[in-house]
Design a protein around this ligand. Sequence first.
Ligand code: AMP
Length: 280
Amino acid sequence: MILIKKSGDLLSHISKLRASNLRIGFVPTMGALHLGHLSLIEAAKKNCDVVVCSIFVNPTQFNQLSDLNSYPRTIENDIQLLLSCSCDILFHPEVTEIYGETLEKESTEDYGTFIHLLEGASRPGHFDGVVTVLRKLFKIVLPHQVFFGQKDYQQCLVVNMLIQRSFPEVKFNLCPIAREIDGLAMSSRNVRLTASERLLAPKIYENLQLVAQNWNLTSWQSAMNQAIENLSNEPFVFEYLSACDQNSLEELGSFQEDAIILAAVRLGSTRLIDNIIIQP
Ligand code: AMP
């Protein structure tokens, strides 16, 4: 694996690979890698000739400085994990390499109403930062295909829109959520959970499943109410559990066969999100 820290070095390396007709797959991450990230690398390896993983804790997508500062950074371990799954290139730039001296971000105001719902409402400006960094990274990595996790479903819709608008030649791949044995969605933030919080955290997925298993005309609403109640008790701090249209993310007013159930709760100082897609 080659480790590259400078944008110019990566761009010239990728340009040579593209000139040799090699297909570039890209997996952007913020590091503190786990098996969920590695599943994206594996998907990229299956579909592309050369896989680039970026590790960059993007300051513009954090709403709280404390969250940015306490975000886990485990680069030595990350490098070992990337070696273990035969990633070809790690791009690990400094903040100034990507942003220069000022952390300016673009606006997603015109992306549509879905941008303001769910994560958009809970984390104002978050998607502005996501789009800003991805546009910069896509211009350096020049990927043929990109790989994102369903765990951040709303982010996937945002990235899809960025691609449609600005990088129509890039293929977007949605990859399934990797889970711990007890169902908890893998996340870099899970290491922040205390032992007792970690024991309770699988309840998020359990309650999403409760809704998915009762997804029919007569039971869906009572299952939703029950799941919301279950996740509203201490030590959970409930943010949302919503049954939404998969494209618009509008909350469903009546039953429909396909949907997505998304949840966000806090456990102590850790904010966790998860979702289940319901297909007819
Ligand atoms: P992050 O490092 O949290 O920015 O995540 C980088 C990429 O990994 C994003 O596309 C995430 O959606 C994806 N990802 C995070 N957790 C998981 C997971 N448990 N399963 C699959 N993909 C994931």
